[in-house]
Design a protein around this ligand. Structure first.
Ligand SMILES: [Zn+2]
Length: 246
């Protein structure tokens, strides 16, 4: 398969994505995408069903499901040019998260900026003239407002802790670091002792926002080592050291 064919698949994925999002999915696009994927040697059930049946037989609801499965199968990720609504979600999330900043950061200007000129599709949070940085936010981080709040809170937390070398935010009861998680569809700051939710993201009480958190044990690398076991099924928990963040 050459680059031209891959580009054609990418363009069709983009059209199908927009069709799904704007509720104007064209069956021709779905069929063409399935045919290209078949040429590429992809024989997933969704590809075969689209190719084998006429769109009239499939019906609009089933066509949507199949189109979603085709996009999943290609691991298609829209960029912010294609999905500007996701950047809007990240901006809303940032405005909410900014309310939780420690007092020493209050008055900061918070905005999203492209990671770099060469990679305008990843964004990062910038506070007060570039005081913080992070690993970048992508469209996959903003599938809905809850996921955007969690991603931005995590991103801001990492930047603030790297700058201040203090654990933030902190559970007022247990004095442990909090982590942004989804709880019943709401983004909350959670303390792992219990665990218990301290507050919704954006509504931290002053006692959790203060600047006197315990010293962070290390910089970026330590923090990532701690986060990895909790964010997936990697099973590395046994390797992580107990720290104020755990
Ligand atoms: Zn607690």
């Amino acid at each position: 398969m050459d680059w031209t064919a891959l580009e054609a698949i990418d363009q069709l994925c983009a059209r199908v994505y927009i069709g799904l999002r704007d509720d104007r999915l064209r069956s021709d696009d779905v069929v063409e995408l399935a045919c290209l994927l078949l040429d590429w040697g992809r024989y997933e059930p969704a590809v075969e069903e689209v190719v084998a049946r006429r769109p009239e037989e499939i019906g609009p609801q089933r066509l949507r499901e199949l189109a979603e499965q085709l996009l999943e199968g290609t691991a298609f990720l829209p960029d912010f040019r294609l999905a500007p609504e996701r950047l809007v979600l990240l901006e809303q999330a940032l405005a909410t998260v900014a309310a939780d900043l420690p007092p020493s950061w209050s008055g900061s200007t918070a905005r999203l900026v492209p990671m770099s000129d060469s990679s305008p599709l990843d964004y990062k949070v910038e506070l007060t003239g570039g005081r913080m940085h992070g690993n970048g936010l992508r469209t996959v981080d903003a599938e809905d407002l809850t996921s955007a709040l969690i991603a931005v809170a995590d991103h801001v937390q990492e930047g603030v802790m790297e700058f201040d070398w203090r654990v933030w935010p902190v559970c007022p009861v247990h004095h442990l670091g909090l982590h942004p998680v989804a709880d019943g569809g709401t983004a909350v700051w959670q303390c792992r002792l219990g665990p218990h939710a301290v507050a919704a993201v954006g509504s931290l009480p002053p006692a959790a926002r203060h600047d006197d958190g315990p010293r962070a044990r290390g910089g970026r690398e330590d923090r990532h080592a701690r986060r990895r076991p909790s964010s997936g099924t990697g099973g590395q928990r046994g390797q992580s050291l107990p720290t104020p963040l755990e």
